[in-house]
Design a protein around this ligand. Structure first.
Ligand SMILES: NC(=O)c1ccc[n+]([C@@H]2O[C@H](COP(=O)([O-])OP(=O)(O)OC[C@H]3O[C@@H](n4cnc5c(N)ncnc54)[C@H](OP(=O)(O)O)[C@@H]3O)[C@@H](O)[C@H]2O)c1
Length: 127
């Protein structure tokens, strides 16, 4: 797909900030691979992007699951033959006033960046 273009992978690229990043990268000339949690959300998003003329493709892959991230990166390598940019966007957040956010929610939010680890690890060749 999109031979010769640089390739970006945006985890959680189906909507929200991830979808905006997909559009920004496409406007810079990237072909874009996306992931989300379900085949249906990914299929719908890819359909929307293609209608906008964006060369996108996607796979369902839960960012918390190492095996799914390995399969995602293997698919990108096979279908796009390269990966230039990884955007670890997938995630969720609780947004409320400071008074209403419990310490438990705060601590869960701080630990969330670790959810990017399986994807990042899967892009790195290991001996
Ligand atoms: N919005 C804000 O104000 C704000 C502020 C600071 C940080 N952030 C962070 O920025 C990121 C995006 O936020 P957003 O507001 O755009 O979120 P969003 O609209 O809820 O979209 C979340 C995206 O991540 C995907 N996703 C969620 N959990 C996933 C998982 N386990 N594996 C793979 N994909 C997953 C969703 O895919 P599905 O389509 O499958 O659901 C969706 O594409 C999040 O990490 C959020 O914590 C957001």
């Amino acid at each position: 797909m999109a031979a010769g273009k640089r390739v970006a992978l945006v985890t959680g690229g189906t909507r929200g900030i991830g979808a905006a990043i997909v559009r920004g990268l496409a406007s810079e000339g990237f072909a874009v691979a996306i992931s989300g949690r379900t085949e249906s959300s990914v299929r719908e998003a890819v359909g929307r992007f293609r209608k906008e003329g964006i060369p996108a493709a996607g796979r369902a892959a839960d960012a918390r699951r190492e095996e799914e991230q390995k399969a995602l990166i293997a698919w990108v390598a096979s279908d796009f033959s390269r990966l230039d940019v990884l955007v670890n966007n997938a995630g969720i957040g609780e947004f409320d006033s400071v008074e209403k956010l419990s310490p438990e929610i705060g601590s869960a939010t701080w630990s969330r960046p670790t959810s990017a680890a399986p994807t990042t690890r899967s892009t790195t060749p290991r001996p």
